[in-house]
Design a binder for this molecule. Sequence first.
Ligand code: GLU
Length: 612
Amino acid sequence: MSLAARARRHLIAPAALAVAATLVAPVTAPAHAGHDRPPGKRPVATGYGGAVATVDLDASRTAIEVLRNGGNAMDAAVAAGATLGVTEPYVAAIGGGGYMTYYDAKRRKVYTVDGRETAPRAMRADSFVDPATGRAIPFDQAVTSGLSVGVPGTLAQWDTALRRFGTRDLGTLLRPAIRVAERGFTVDREFHDQTAVNAERFADIVPTRELFLPGGRPPAVGSTFRNPDLARTYRELARRGPGWLYGGGLGREVVRTVREPGVDPDAGRNVRPGLMKDGDLGAYRSRTPEPTRVSYRGLDVYGMPPSSSGGSTVGQVLNMLGNFELDAKDPVQALHYYLEASKFAYADRGRYVGDPDQVDVPLKELLSKGFARERACLIDPARAAAAPVAPGSPDGGYDPCAPAKGGAEALKYEGPQTTHLVVADKWGNVVAYNVTIEQFGGSGLTVPGRGFLLNNELTDFTLQPPAPGAAPDPNLPGPGKRPRSSMAPTLVLEDGRPKLALGTPGGSTIITTVLQILLNRIDLGMDLPAALAAPRATQRNTPQVFAEQAFIDRYGAALAGKGHDVALFAGPPRGVIGAATGLEFLRPGLVQAVAEPERRGGGSALVVRPRR
Ligand code: GLU
């Protein structure tokens, strides 16, 4: 049964069946001018033999090259991730971590690979607190510091992913990235701007300045950027394997960088050293936890379990939305339910989700239909609740409509954005993969002579321990602990077969962007390109809804009528939420890959063959 037919059967009341026409012939995305775009860089590609969508043409080409050479989706995802480490060094690198969901066509099963960074074993709940003030150090100081650097998980994740699901060795898959690093790539507006927003702090850190500010300035648009250091690092990695980082010489260099960050003494910048020791790298392990799963309108939606809050929060909101009829003819009402369900689910996320190896996460209850019903009951169809709202009690005993108990918590600041990619192969394997160093430019610390930045992922922890008597926080720093993420690489199955794969960067807006795309696609009658392009809004249990300008223009007044205070999303980048990628199986073998048409300069979708 098609997605549209399912939506009709599961959702639309008989009286509203007239809406079927819009679901069968979905709204399509507007044509885009494609300004500044290199030839071949397109946001949508439809065809056979495999498909990819990333933010970057070189990375997408890498994936296609691997698929053409007989590699599978996991091989291609790892190779594309390595190329993003070259062309998108401010968002993705072996100095960071990430999460993957994977559909294995042979086993007909969804798996995950967790490459989240961990805190060093010397880290404590108050490690970010300045003893002089008793308060957490200012957030921007935490970002540019050794203290924020988590033990990088990406290489261990690639190793696990390739051993379990891949067909090629890492050395082979690093080759395209090495080529790009050596030959260089053309600097576009996006790369220039991402360098420019980081230029001030990069200038203060000698190895970072030398690498990313040649001649003291961000590289000019149209110039060629090479990274021979990273090419050498990848070559060495190909030879020595991930053990070079985890317990070997590269690991020692990472630790030295974290402890002595290479700050220009004339800069006067206070860059706090980190707590990482050599043994922390050797102790790192990637994980392969069971994915989260919820059913929604007859589809199965799989996501990333804790330490990410992606799967649990996307799942909880979908469970809550399942209690309402969403009508494509009344998008304002549908958006009202989406915003309100997100508001309540974010309260629960903040209170209950952290690293499951160190805190008790009531995952099963957070994803139960009973809890969702109890929470959905608090949603007034006509009126937005005052935010922040208090968390509920996912305790297994559910009233039809339990009032929230306890105090409401404000959303804690979480940094902005990195990247996400999707790949499918001709066998029907699918990967959705967030790879990240936490925010544009990560910690700003480059490992000298190695060509890559280290993450600032530990700023995803709550840096300030709660006051005595306040509700406990599951996301305080701790030894070896993974900071809570929002990353939500998501796979949707229909009748046990992959239908959609999607994800996005965007810090804590990741969850709402994934939800909004699902809502657009499944409930509001849009095709996937339109669902991705549509203007976005995010409600994360804050007094205001933050939105893109186009969203405000289209829905702001109508939502204000229901009590939503809709304001422009402050970014960074200002006014832009996320940079999503996705793909859809249109029919067996035929895949449509979709990237952003405009946000962050537009992404790149490619297929192996446009025709059968
Ligand atoms: N550090 C963010 C998180 O784990 C992700 C950054 C991003 O990719 O936007 O939620």
